[in-house]
Design a protein around this ligand. Structure first.
Ligand code: PLP
Length: 463
């Protein structure tokens, strides 16, 4: 083959290619067999699929051409709304310039630029950033760091990890071990040894229909003292909790609970990790729940809103004390024997920097405060509708809990979810019989009205 014909064979018609991929990305696939969907009843979904073709701002467009209002920010991801131009532009530019560079004893500029930005946003002395690719990886990284930190400072017997019932920390073995959702644990054997759990704080009997932080339950923080008494502080490496749990159906901390947990951890030298995968990046009216609740942990795990969901990324924000414990050795020794091929991927870093710029330019971290009362009023207007047994809210987070049908838990919630989607063109998220809401922070009062009007119709229609 001549050099010319080889070159012409390799020539790519970009227009035709993009038409080809564009058409595939917006049409109903010819087969749905091969994709084993995560956390999904595959047979049920594939019988009545819900596929999104495009998205912009507050709305998705489905492959059957319907405009669907997104009341979930994807899956707690797209806090700045969908397909924001600045973020799209940054990702496009990056992929054209540098597609990939490793970060093991090599790097590129953006991971450093982004880390400085994240450290500025983080509370207290959480001045160091370790990159992962998801919330699950961030959590497993943080748990490993906590154990290794104690070893590095000569307390290698501190290996026990404490999570909480109903906690969700992703799906790695570390995350499901400290997590407290039975379905995520029971299939997978004995999990990590040396893990214990605090009691959860959901108390519908005492706190139903609380507006904001529930009044009752501060005493549940003392459960940590019970575990310290049982195991002895000298064996405990870390406590990990979500300031607000999402996957358990939105559990809001009782007033003062997080502060009390912090005090107990400090007293006993236990590392406190806040898993802020869903509460980070403006969801509760500040950069992180830590600032909004006035409680500074030793590490924060983040993901999702870090890149507005458009490129996978997770991160652990780490205090000076923990970081510095790893850097006492000679210069040639690796600090931490942990990392991922894609830690600090340039595309994710470009997306994250543009995302942080968008949050700042549009003051999006203030939105949950500005709209908080209107949101609270809207969601609590659903009290009294059929089967509603609790409503919980904080920042731009909301949950409507329905009474389960006898012998068929979860079916009432699922019916409400599919009805809202197919009849009301509204995307919500359902876990069990809890409808969870976490809209993009760019929403306006008219969107709030529409979300709760649609849900009111849905609850009446599916009772
Ligand atoms: N931690 C929390 C608090 C989460 O809510 C999630 C996901 O929803 C995760 C960890 C896991 O994140 P990922 O699905 O990106 O692994």
């Amino acid at each position: 083959m001549s050099a010319d014909s080889q070159a012409s064979k390799g020539a790519v018609d970009h227009g035709a290619l993009s038409d080809h991929y564009g058409a595939q990305a917006t049409a109903m696939p010819t087969s749905m067999d091969a994709f084993w969907m995560p956390f999904t009843a595959n047979k049920q979904f594939k019988a009545t699929p819900r596929l999104m073709a495009s998205a912009s701002g507050m709305f998705y467009k489905s492959v059957d051409g319907r405009e669907v209002l997104d009341a979930t920010a994807g899956l707690w991801c797209c806090n700045a709304g969908h397909s924001r131009p600045r973020i799209v532009e940054a990702v496009k530019k990056q992929i054209e310039t540098l597609d990939f560079a490793p970060n093991f004893s090599m790097s590129s500029p953006l991971p450093f630029v982004l880390a400085e930005r994240l450290a500025e946003l983080a509370p207290g002395n959480l001045n160091h950033v370790f990159y992962a690719n998801s919330g699950s990886e961030a959590v497993d990284s943080a748990l490993k760091m906590a154990i290794a930190y104690h070893r590095a400072r000569g307390e290698g017997q501190r290996t026990r990890l404490i999570g909480r019932e109903k906690g969700y920390h992703g799906v790695g073995f570390g995350g499901i071990s400290v997590g407290g959702l039975p379905n995520n644990r029971k299939w997978f054997g004995p999990l990590l040894p040396g893990v214990d759990h605090l009691r959860h704080t959901l108390d519908i009997a005492r706190n139903a229909f609380s507006k904001g932080l529930p009044e009752h339950g501060l005493e549940l923080a003392e459960d940590l003292e019970r575990l310290v008494a049982l195991h002895d502080a000298s064996t405990i490496a870390a406590v990990i909790i979500e300031p607000i749990s999402g996957s358990a159906g939105v559990v809001i901390p009782p007033d003062g609970y997080l502060k009390r947990i912090r005090e107990i951890c400090t007293r006993h030298g236990i590392v406190l990790i806040f898993d802020e995968v869903i509460t980070g990046f403006g969801r509760v009216g500040d950069a992180f729940g830590a600032q909004r609740f006035g409680v500074i942990p030793d590490m924060i795990t983040a993901a999702k809103g870090i890149t507005n969901g458009c490129v996978p990324m997770g991160a652990v924000l780490v205090s000076d004390d923990i970081h510095d414990a790893f850097t006492q050795g000679p210069d040639h020794v690796i600090d931490l024997f942990h990392g991922y091929t894609y830690s600090g991927h340039p595309l994710a870093c470009a997306a994250a920097i543009a995302t942080l710029d968008t949050y700042a330019e549009e003051n999006l971290f203030d939105k949950a405060i500005e709209l908080g009362d209107y949101w609270q009023q809207g969601i609590h207007s659903l009290q009294g509708l059929p089967n509603v047994i609790d409503i919980r809210n904080y920042g731009l987070i909301g949950a409507i809990e329905l009474s389960p049908r006898a012998g068929a838990p979860g079916t009432r919630g699922y019916d409400a979810f599919t009805h809202a989607f197919h009849q009301g063109n509204l995307l919500t998220r359902v876990t069990g019989d809890v409808i969870a809401l976490s809209p993009p922070l760019i929403l306006e009062k008219t969107h709030i009205d529409r979300i709760f009007e649609t849900l009111a119709d849905t609850l009446r229609a599916t009772s």
